[in-house]
Design a protein around this ligand. Structure first.
Ligand code: GDP
Length: 318
């Protein structure tokens, strides 16, 4: 990807899209199209087509589509599925028709079967039933992977896919109910600290394990994959490198926020997938590894929350 190439990040205002834009700018890309207000709504076919006709991007990072935590997935399955299906169909088709050289589609680790052997390697895709709490969203993300492969097969395009671990970081959605676990617990523990609450609720049993990736590391991986990864019919995993139970995570966030009360596990709330850990050996073997220590990444996320996150509008949920 030449530094003067035209690059478009579809979903540039999402947590991950904004981090990719920061990463591209830091690397010296000078021809980024569709930033901020110039980005067409990715699920509006006419506006997206007009945008491709006008700007003719050579490289596309496709990270648009609504997303949310376990509660949002249960409340808004139709909205999450529809928005993701629309945006991937529209952006991928326009990328083909306007001759995009390479497109990177970002899926989600919920595309793997609920009872997948751990860590989950790319070959396990579509080998079993999905986790029910996010099935609609996961099916839309699987469709995106398959759509890229179908275009490659039928039209000879170079549309690749990556499957990231649970991303978090500055710019996250900190809404109390619909966010993912890290943002939710940072917010709740911060409020508990300020309000001197005796205990904080953590959803589920605390035993599920997750692979978390700091969003700036994920953005770095996206750039690396765009430049180095060429397997058109096989997505590549992007794990964060560490695996934490929700209980361990809650203890770490407690320390970062400086909350001294108790953790109370609310077993009326769902656990979701019991284990969700990516096998990143393919990407690691190519020479990429996440580099930000987990504690540093949690601290940076809390710092951002203190400065901006308390008032920011929810980033990703409907
Ligand atoms: P998931 O990976 O799709 O399940 O995404 P989440 O980030 O929403 O949830 C991860 C795990 O954290 C699940 O087991 C949740 O039950 C648990 N969890 C604990 N407290 C919370 C919370 O306040 N919000 C969310 N979203 N998850 C929580």
């Amino acid at each position: 990807m030449e530094l003067n190439a035209k690059v478009y990040v579809a979903g540039g205002q999402t947590l991950i899209g904004a981090a990719i834009l920061r990463r591209l700018e830091r690397a010296g890309y000078v021809n980024i199209v569709g930033k901020a207000d110039e980005e067409p709504p990715p699920s509006d076919p006419a506006q997206v087509e007009a945008f491709f006709a006008r700007t003719n991007p050579a490289y596309v990072f496709l990270v648009s589509g609504d997303s949310g935590g376990i509660a949002a997935n249960q409340k808004y399955p139709a909205q999450l599925m529809l928005d993701n299906l629309l945006t991937e169909c529209i952006v991928i088709d326009n990328a083909h028709r306007y001759g995009v050289k390479k497109l990177l589609y970002l899926a989600s680790s919920c595309v793997y079967p609920r009872n997948c052997p751990q860590p989950m390697s790319e070959g396990w895709l579509l080998t079993g039933p999905l986790e029910p709490t996010n099935e609609a969203y996961a099916l839309a993300k699987l469709a995106g992977i398959k759509l890229c492969q179908a275009y490659n097969h039928q039209h000879g395009t170079k549309f690749i896919s990556a499957i990231p671990a649970n991303a978090f970081g500055p710019g996250d959605d900190f809404s109390p109910e619909d966010s993912h676990v890290i943002a939710a617990l940072i917010r709740r523990m911060h409020e508990a600290k300020n309000g001197s609450w005796e205990a904080v609720d953590v959803w589920g049993t605390g035993s599920p394990q997750r692979d978390f990736i700091f969003v700036d590391d994920l953005a770095d991986a996206c750039l690396f994959i765009m430049e180095q990864y060429c397997e058109k019919q096989q997505p590549v995993n992007v794990g964060g490198g560490g695996v934490y139970s929700i209980k361990e995570l809650a203890e770490l966030i407690k320390r970062v926020v400086g909350y001294r009360g108790e953790l109370r596990f609310d077993r009326t709330k769902p656990d979701g997938m019991p284990l969700k850990v990516l096998d990143s050996s393919v990407l690691n073997g190519m020479g990429w590894k996440s580099s930000t220590p987990f504690g540093t990444a949690l601290r940076a996320t809390y710092d951002w929350f203190l400065q901006a996150g308390q008032t920011a509008r929810p980033a990703n949920v409907p």
